[in-house]
Each structure stands twice: as structure tokens, then as C-alpha cells.
Write a protein that binds this ligand. Structure first.
Ligand SMILES: NS(=O)(=O)c1c(F)c(F)c(S(=O)(=O)CCO)c(N[C@H]2CCCc3ccccc32)c1F
Ligand SMILES: [Zn+2]
Length: 267
């Protein structure tokens, strides 16, 4: 191996998922491309209402690298109303590209990738005791998605990004106390404008159990913050002689047969 051995990405094998995880080859798969002939305005789509997102500094969050994303466990006091049920927060994580191609969002708009995408995963706490019971039920999960694009430095995102260098390797975790942090700071201003459709988890086991809310307006983070995200993590353990960079951890868009995406905004 040359001294400058080009770091390789994690083995993803998206094509092989359906063999081992049948739902991945099934219906209602996510992510998808939002393009105008599948969008339909729905006036019943209300702005989401967040309870407990302004987490007190006494709460702590756990950040961990699970080998294919970096995820932050959230406080069970955080939940969303104005969905068909009450959904309680479980974790947030991100998807991104690589330093040569910052187009790592999962959902696309008119065929265009954004730089990265934040997901805040919730489970239906009205019907199920925990996410494990909820995650394979049709009305089990609700994921909020924020499209990220390049712009000015984002101090709110920095509150989580700056800890990523401490969970560089698979299996590492960190308990964090944030001095009073409002998770809502990570969301765009216009919470009333979003895409809504029924889809799935975008990683195995790909259960078709997710009510997706993808906010219309992207949030900006700086080029440097994005580069840090694209170069900070590895999908291998710290003692692995062949380190693999955690990059391009987004699933490709899925076929969307005769279905509609409802939008809360008029074009
Ligand atoms: N894009 S996505 O579909 O939102 C999405 C991911 F992409 C993703 F990587 C994860 S994961 O990091 O937990 C690794 C996969 O289990 C999740 N986890 C969810 C669903 C699976 C089980 C579970 C259990 C506890 C908390 C969260 C979750 C995920 F929902
Ligand atoms: Zn995700």
C-alpha cells in the first residue's frame, strides 16, 4: 500500500441490502426525489409543535459513532404534537457526502442533492412503549429532516459538530452536557413549510414505518463545518489497521410509484 494510501469509504452494499433485509427491496422506501408532478398541496398540514426541545443544561446527551452514522440520543422529554399521534424524540443523526463531492443529502429536490441532511428520529409514544416496539409498525416512527447547504458558519450546529472529533471511531461514545441547548435551533425558521409522505428507514432493516417531514427551507452551515463532518469520522474501530472513512453515508433515492408527496405550502 502506498504511503498516501487513498482512504476508502465504508462498505455500504446498498444493492445487497434486500437479500438480507427484505423490506429494503419492498414498498414505501425512502429517500425519494421531490419533483413537481408528485407534489400536492394539503391545507390540513399544520406547523409542527415542539414540546421540550429547549433542553435544560442539567440534561445530558450521548453522542456515539455506530459505524455508519454519528448519532446523538435525545431527551425523552422532547416530543412533537400536531402529528396523528404524539411522537417522542429518540435520536438525531446526519448523512453527508465526501470532501470532493459535498452532495450527501438523502432526499433530493428536482433531482438536486443538498450538501447534507439532519434527521431527528421520533417514535409514536402514544401507542408504543419504546422505539424498538415502534420501529417496525406502519405508524411507529416520525422523522424530521433538515436539508443542509453551504453558507455562513452556523453556531447552533457547531454545538454538536465540535464533539464529533471525540467519536471518530466506531463504538466510541461521549456523554455531553450542553449548557442549555434548544434543539429547535437546528431546524429552519419556517416550520410551517414542509414535504410530508409515508416512507421508510433509509438504513437496514428499512422498515416502512416512517412518517417523513422534510422541511422546505434548507439550513446553512459553513464550508469548513461541512468539511469537518466529511473528514471527522471513520466506520472502523480505532485500532483497525485499515481505517475506512465514514463518507457518502446516504441512501440513493428510491422509485416512488403512483404516490403523492403532500406539501404544506403553495408553490
Ligand atoms: N435515516 S433513518 O431512517 O432516520 C435512520 C438511520 F439512517 C440510521 F442510521 C439509524 S441508526 O443510526 O440507529 C442505525 C440503524 O439502526 C436510524 N435508527 C433508528 C431506526 C432503526 C432503529 C433505531 C433504534 C433506536 C433509535 C433509532 C433507530 C435511523 F432511523
Ligand atoms: Zn437518517
Amino acid at each position: 500500500k502506498s504511503k498516501w494510501s487513498q482512504l476508502t469509504a465504508c462498505p455500504d452494499g446498498e444493492k445487497a441490502w434486500p437479500k438480507k433485509y427484505p423490506f429494503c427491496g419492498g414498498v414505501f422506501q425512502s429517500p425519494i426525489d421531490f419533483h413537481k408532478d408528485i407534489l400536492q398541496y394539503d391545507s390540513n398540514l399544520l406547523p409542527l409543535e415542539f414540546i421540550g426541545y429547549n433542553v435544560p443544561s442539567t440534561d445530558h446527551f450521548t453522542l456515539t459513532n455506530n459505524g455508519h452514522s454519528v448519532k446523538m440520543y435525545l431527551s425523552p422529554t422532547m416530543c412533537i404534537r400536531n402529528l396523528p399521534f404524539e411522537y417522542t424524540a429518540s435520536q438525531l443523526h446526519l448523512h453527508w457526502g465526501n470532501r470532493n463531492k459535498s452532495e450527501g443529502s438523502e432526499h433530493t429536490v428536482s433531482g438536486k442533492h443538498f450538501a447534507a441532511e439532519l434527521h431527528v428520529v421520533h417514535y409514536n409514544s402514544e401507542k408504543y412503549p419504546d422505539i424498538t416496539a415502534a420501529m417496525d409498525k406502519a405508524d411507529g416512527l416520525a422523522v424530521l429532516a433538515v436539508l443542509l447547504e453551504i453558507g455562513p458558519f452556523n453556531p447552533s450546529y457547531e454545538k454538536i459538530f465540535r464533539h464529533f472529533r471525540n467519536v471518530k471511531y466506531k463504538g466510541e461514545w461521549l456523554a455531553l452536557y450542553f449548557p442549555g441547548f434548544n434543539i429547535q435551533e437546528l431546524l429552519p425558521d419556517r416550520l410551517d413549510e414542509y414535504y410530508r409522505y409515508e416512507g421508510s428507514l433509509t438504513t437496514p432493516p428499512c422498515y416502512p414505518s416512517v412518517l417523513w417531514t422534510v422541511f422546505r427551507h434548507p439550513v446553512k452551515i459553513s464550508q469548513e463545518q461541512l468539511l469537518a463532518l466529511e473528514t471527522a469520522m471513520y466506520c472502523t474501530e480505532s485500532d483497525d489497521p485499515e481505517p475506512l472513512e465514514m463518507v457518502d453515508n446516504f441512501r440513493n433515492v428510491q422509485e416512488f410509484h403512483e404516490r403523492l408527496v403532500f406539501i404544506s405550502f403553495r408553490e
